[in-house]
Design a binder for this molecule. Structure first.
Ligand code: LMR
Length: 404
């Protein structure tokens, strides 16, 4: 898709805009295009310019593909990434934005705003509606776009509809993304969508797929801090176990406040079990009821947090929550599910599952329920994962936070 935006007036003087070349490449008849760009702008430093000093220690550029790029969540997230907030002040980025036919004009508007921000680290913005082009050579794929459940739709229908989309995107990633690409799935039902995507992208390491539960972790930290009357920063070691749905288990048993056991600081088991737990499980839905739409800004913040958690070494003794593949997990959770667990990273983009958390009967019973739910969801989408004969047993219609 060709865009004709100009940014020469607002481009810093040390940058060379290679728009003309892009324009020419685009006008080549289809089929003859070589490296035909999709995008809005490409900025390259002019080596003869004295300001080159500033960029001498920059890392090589990374490509970040974002689906649902014209939506509300992306509208908060893209600017954080482009500003350097996520990857740091020495990491130039290329944004590759995936929209749909319906959203492509809006996507141009998003790109205009990105241009107008003059973010020095933002070197390229490319737009497209074809995942196979947009995901090319991606280092990160943030899969945000998904359809919401419409009136009268069963959960199984939603799984089927969005599952098809994530199967296609998985195939596209498999074909064109870097083999090391990290995939963060946000579109709901995100755990099972991540599993479908992974099954369709066998060239990528299964451990590089994540479904977002950092939002739930942040929600849990906030409520614990408010109850304890302390600053959020002092709440640590909060795990969300399981599915990003109302069966998720926010773990107050292993959480800490100011380095002390959370249950010692908040000596109110009734509140922890009967108020705190359901409040976190259903917070997304309550927010939709009040605001009339899904959380967007806080989701974007939590995606940024989840990415930063992978590219920054985790603090000694702490961990973060991410829904990752259960293969070989130390908690006896069924293999082959995308399940939220406590993780640590050494900052190179990889993670390890933290072992040895205390799982008491209260936690075990609830973790099991979330596991069963995810196992059932997987049965319903097995045909999208290339598996024959899976059975779709939705014993209980458990809900996404937003479906209440
Ligand atoms: C949230 O937790 O806020 C969202 O996942 C809710 C939703 O269903 O969109």
């Amino acid at each position: 898709m060709m865009m004709g935006k100009t940014c020469s007036k607002t481009t810093p003087s040390n940058l060379l805009v290679k728009r003309g070349e892009r324009q020419k490449a685009r006008n080549t008849p289809a089929g003859k295009e070589t490296n035909a760009p999709l995008g809005v702008f490409v900025l390259e430093y002019d080596a003869s310019n004295e300001d080159i000093e500033k960029t001498r220690n920059w890392k090589p550029i990374i490509k970040i593909a974002v689906s649902g790029a014209a939506g509300m969540i992306s509208n908060h997230l893209l600017f954080k990434i482009a500003s350097g907030e996520v990857f740091g002040p020495d990491q130039p980025v290329a944004l590759r934005l995936l929209g749909s036919e319906r959203s492509q004009v809006a996507l141009e508007g998003v790109a205009m705003e990105l241009e107008d921000c003059l973010f020095p680290l933002l070197r390229e913005v490319d737009l497209g509606i074809d995942a196979k082009k947009v995901f090319e050579d991606a280092d990160w794929a943030l899969l945000i776009g998904a359809k919401p459940r419409g009136p009268g739709m069963e959960r199984g229908d939603l799984l089927e509809m969005n599952g098809g989309l994530f199967a296609e995107q998985g195939k596209a990633l498999n074909e064109v993304a870097k083999k090391t690409c990290k995939v963060m799935v946000v579109g709901n039902p995100c755990n099972t969508n991540a599993l479908i995507c992974m099954a369709n992208a066998p060239n990528l390491d299964r451990r590089n797929f994540h479904a977002l539960t950092r939002l739930d972790e942040n929600r849990a930290k906030c409520q614990l801090a408010l109850k304890a009357g302390v600053f959020y920063e002092t709440v640590s070691n909060v795990t969300i176990w399981g599915n990003h749905s109302t069966t998720q288990v926010p773990d107050f048993v292993n959480a800490k406040i100011g380095g002390e056991r959370c249950t010692d600081v908040i000596d109110d088991q009734t509140w922890l079990e009967n108020d705190f737990t359901p409040a976190i499980q259903t917070r997304g839905g309550l927010l939709i009821k009040k605001w009339g739409r899904s959380s967007a800004a806080s989701t974007a913040v939590s995606i940024a947090d989840a990415m930063k958690a992978l590219v920054t070494p985790t603090k000694e003794g702490d961990w973060f929550s991410s829904a990752v593949i259960t293969d070989g997990n130390p908690y006896g959770i069924e293999e082959g599910l995308v399940f939220s667990m406590p993780c640590r990273s050494n900052g190179d983009g990889s993670y390890e599952i933290v072992e040895g958390l205390k799982i008491n009967d209260w936690l075990r019973e609830r973790i099991k329920k979330s596991e069963e739910e995810l196992s059932n969801e997987r049965g319903c989408v097995s045909h999208l994962m290339g598996v024959e004969g899976g059975s779709c047993l939705m014993l209980e219609d458990t809900l996404l936070p937003g479906e209440m």
